[in-house]
Design a binder for this molecule. Structure first.
Ligand SMILES: Nc1ncnc2c1ncn2[C@@H]1O[C@H](COP(=O)(O)OP(=O)(O)O)[C@@H](O)[C@H]1O
Ligand SMILES: [Mg+2]
Ligand SMILES: [Zn+2]
Length: 510
């Protein structure tokens, strides 16, 4: 007898439907699974056989073939244990469902005693199942909460095979998972109000948030670089539902969702340590996982002590900064994960931290300073849009009252500037000023004659590279948007140039 059940698979963060078919025929006893990579087959076979027996059923002593279709996509084997087992039970008439199996999908890895184990990537799979008309999705109990954010599909938490069979035969029903209260899962984020002084750095982060630009913060230890970076998410525009879903999909695939956060509604803030490997940053590994750059998709990637990161780590960052996506090659093909993050890099200007400090003396040799700064390559420096100095705070400033604004006030300006950009780029692929390509720069960045004169002078006198010129235009575009001006004026250009002048202070003689 032949049966077919629905299941789902995942490649990268994209899910697809999988058919699990079982055929039982009266010939020499055997058990084959086709459509899985060879290594996974044996293990899956052993688990299915044991789980079936240990759940009180008899393993058919006939020829059993389980087929996972489509065969051309490489599947991770373990999550088809559950549908494979159910298909065998149905084909051998040990399970007689009273529910409409056409509307059901099943997924889950089994332990030998028939319990269901945690799997990753359920959010994407639940979305795909719903799109394909599945009404009831049976998933491991541990993962039900994650899948339950998807509307229009009932998610059934399953703890073991026996319980599921009882449900499918109408003997004892499983209650579908409750839809979570999404708003309550918004996390606390520190506020800019706590930061005293540092007007330039705050302005730089506001511009970065408004236009989606990257920032490099340079300053001595204790000046508040980490403090500032941690507050960037608090002024970024609120996440749209689509952004939430996309970010959550990545975290779901990476197995990085915490059990109390089914949907990520607060922009991620990732701060990997400088010892992180290149693969840890970009993604990859034997079982390919999204890296830190993808986990910070739609949020902030903070790289503290930037020069301490390995050369390879910096190297893998370069293309994704430009592209907003990262491609990982593996034996079974190439995987692409999105990674549109706001990069904040922070660094001391030298190994001891006090190079250029107005009061404290730097104890580093000129060569040591040069080597330290030199760890950030020219192309990398070019890709950091805004460079800003974070000087040591004066005592009076630190002990005085905050003159600062709250993050909510800054965020209002940021959101207004973003709205202007959305209107301007309607119907194009451009999402924010930082993502303007050089072909479109002239069209969208129109300078007043004054601004044009300043730009020309700067270009000629400061010896700017073409890339630096592009960056300045984009930043000036954002400054003008924050100012509500369609044409880029002299003050906008002047500010933008200022945010590209530190490389000359620190890197010029390198
Ligand atoms: N501008 C500032 N306003 C208020 N507190 C500050 C400021 N700068 C530094 N601090 C205090 O000093 C601590 C260390 O700052 P931190 O951000 O770690 O410095 P950095 O990363 O530049 O070494 C902060 O946790 C904060 O308590
Ligand atoms: Mg720090
Ligand atoms: Zn020093």
């Amino acid at each position: 007898m032949f049966t077919r059940l629905h299941s789902t698979g995942i490649f990268g963060i994209d899910a697809y439907m999988v058919d699990v078919e079982a055929d039982i025929s009266n010939s020499f006893p055997s058990f084959e699974i086709v459509g899985l990579p060879d290594t996974a087959v044996k293990e899956s076979r052993d688990r299915v056989r044991s789980a079936l027996k240990n759940s009180g059923f008899s393993f058919p002593t006939t020829k059993i073939t389980v087929n996972l279709a489509p065969a051309d996509i490489k599947k991770a084997g373990s999550m088809y244990d559950l549908p494979s087992l159910l298909a065998i039970l149905m084909a051998s008439r040990q399970l007689n469902p009273t529910v409409n199996m056409e509307e059901c999908a099943f997924i889950g890895e089994l332990s030998l005693d028939g319990q269901l184990r945690h799997i990753t990537g359920l959010l994407s799979m639940a979305i795909e199942a719903k799109t394909r008309g599945i009404k009831c999705f049976f998933v491991p109990e541990a993962d039900a909460f994650e899948a339950s954010v998807v509307d229009g599909i009932e998610i059934y938490p399953v703890s073991n095979v026996k319980q599921l069979v009882a449900h499918l035969q109408g003997e004892k029903t499983i209650r579908p998972a409750q839809k979570p209260d999404i708003k309550s899962s918004a996390a606390y984020c520190p506020d800019f109000f706590d930061v005293k002084g540092q007007t330039a750095a705050k302005k730089a982060l506001e511009i970065a948030a408004a236009g989606g630009h990257n920032v490099l913060l340079i300053g001595p230890p204790g000046s508040g670089k980490s403090m500032l970076a941690k507050r960037l998410p608090s002024i970024l525009p609120s996440m749209t539902f689509d952004e939430s879903i996309e970010t959550t999909k990545i975290h779901s695939v990476a197995g990085a969702l915490s059990s109390d956060t089914p949907l990520i509604v607060t922009r991620p803030f990732r701060a990997p340590h400088h010892t992180v490997s290149a693969a840890g940053l970009s993604g990859g590994g034997i079982v390919p996982r999204p890296g830190e750059i993808s986990l910070s998709h739609n949020g902030v990637l903070f790289l503290d002590e930037f020069p301490e990161f390995s050369r390879q780590a910096m190297e893998v960052l370069r293309a994704p900064i430009e592209d907003g996506k990262v491609t990982i090659s593996r034996a079974s093909g190439r995987l692409t994960y999105p990674c549109e993050f706001s990069l904040v890099a922070a660094m001391n200007p030298c190994p001891c931290g006090f190079f250029g400090h107005p009061k404290k003396k730097c104890i580093c040799s000129p060569l040591a300073v040069k080597k330290y700064l030199g760890r950030i390559s020219g192309p990398m420096l070019d890709r950091l849009d805004i460079h800003v100095e974070v000087p040591a705070v004066e005592y009076d400033e630190l002990t005085g009252r905050s003159d600062g604004e709250t993050s909510a006030e800054i965020k209002k300006r940021v959101e207004r500037a973003r709205e202007i950009q959305q209107n301007r780029y309607k119907g194009t692929k451009i999402t924010c000023n930082a993502r303007l390509d050089s072909a479109n720069l002239q069209k969208y960045c129109v300078l007043t004659p004054d601004a044009d004169r300043i730009m020309r002078t700067a270009f000629e006198n400061l010896g700017l590279s073409a890339r630096a010129y592009d960056r300045i235009l984009k930043i000036a575009r954002t400054v003008a948007d924050l100012d509500g001006q369609e044409k880029i004026g002299a003050t906008h250009i002047a500010q933008a140039i200022q945010f590209r002048s530190l490389d000359r202070k620190y890197w010029s003689e390198l």
